[in-house]
Design a protein. Structure first.
Length: 364
């Protein structure tokens, strides 16, 4: 009877240790709190810097918004400036803006005469759809090419892939967009020239704002393939730079891990090569690859402005481009704040994932 009791007591003693493995540790919670406070401070700093830069431009937004004829009437200009608070001191304007921002009000666009938050809800889903497919393409191809190059170090394929990744990083995004547009649309006719759908195509019922997802939800297969074809060139251009980033970082991470003793031991045990690569090498190289996600996402958000302008893709980038050309300060500030907030939140999530994967990061 003593053995079952000993086993039972041992199992009882083991349960708290198993529970501690599941629950977050105190060190991890402190690490999470530090990262969260840093994220809040960064968000506030972004609001201050962005607002100051957009409101200290030399041009008068009232003159630009009213046009050359209406701006010749001083009374009309004064009414416009008073309506949008442009006649108040800058600190007062910033205080009012922060109060509205905390209430979820990003102001009213001078160009569309709609709340900026309404415009963002309309244009953000298109850019999110573009970013999703670009990240999916870039990371799938980049991880595969980076692993291939690392496992065939100093071979001909390794040198070719390194040159291709360097070229993808060095080439300007708008130049790649124009080259792709010339060959795939004008020269070969393999892809549409621009827009999100062909003229006359049925727009799927609005559920998420992403045409491919909405078309799948409502079983509109023709609209789905048409929207996917229009995404081909923007995704290719944005994804090529992501492929360059991911290939280089994956190659260096895999090379560092592949020389470890436990990798040689796994191969000496006779494990299949694909098991060694997936379960050991790529798993150990995951923190470095995850870090690249923040860089790739930042490039997609910044590069979408030029890409969407070239392909007339009605997303956040095209909206920001139009706002900058018309000096629409509330829209410019709203776009900058949204992009910065998304970038900071993505990097916060990456820091948390990095801390979960590598406990040493929690001590920094």
């Amino acid at each position: 009877m003593s053995v079952p009791l000993q086993n039972e007591s041992a199992s009882i003693l083991v349960r708290p240790s198993r529970l501690r493995r599941v629950l977050p540790s105190t060190g991890f919670m402190r690490f999470l709190a530090r990262r969260f406070v840093a994220m809040i401070l960064l968000l506030w700093g972004i609001t201050l810097v962005t607002w100051c830069l957009t409101n200290l431009v030399p041009a008068d937004p009232a003159m630009v918004a009213l046009g050359p004829q209406a701006s010749g009437d001083p009374a009309l200009v004064q009414i416009y400036r008073h309506k949008y608070g442009l006649d108040r001191p800058l600190p007062v304007q910033y205080g009012i803006y922060m109060k509205h921002l905390l209430e979820g009000d990003l102001g009213t666009s001078h160009f569309s005469d709609r709340p900026v938050i309404t415009d963002l809800k309309q244009y953000v889903p298109a850019t999110a759809e573009l970013a999703f497919y670009a990240c999916l393409f870039g990371f799938t191809v980049g991880i595969a090419l980076g692993t291939w190059a690392a496992l065939r170090r100093e071979s001909l394929s390794d040198h070719v892939l390194r040159i291709i990744s360097l070229a993808g990083l060095s080439a300007p995004g708008f130049w790649l967009a124009l080259v792709a547009l010339y060959f795939f649309f004008f020269k070969w006719g393999l892809a549409p020239g621009g827009g999100r759908l062909s003229p006359g195509a049925d727009v799927p019922p609005h559920t998420t704002g992403a045409y491919t997802l909405d078309a799948l939800i409502h079983f509109k297969w023709g609209t789905f393939w048409d929207a996917l074809r229009h995404l081909m060139l923007p995704v290719l251009v944005l994804g090529l730079v992501v492929v360059g980033y991911v290939t280089r970082y994956t190659r260096s991470a895999v090379l560092e891990v592949a020389s470890e003793d436990y990798i040689r031991a796994a191969r000496a045990k006779g494990l299949p090569e694909h098991t060694v690569i997936i379960r050991y090498i790529l798993r150990a190289a995951a923190p470095t690859v995850i870090t690249v996600l923040g860089l790739a996402f930042a490039y997609i958000l910044a590069g979408s402005v030029f890409i969407e302008a070239v392909y007339t893709f009605s997303g956040l980038g095209l909206y920001a481009f139009k706002a900058s050309t018309t000096l629409d300060l509330p829209a410019i500030t709203g776009c900058c704040l949204f992009i910065a907030a998304v970038y900071i939140v993505v990097n916060f999530v990456i820091d948390v994932l990095y801390g979960l994967i590598d406990p040493r990061i929690r001590l920094t």
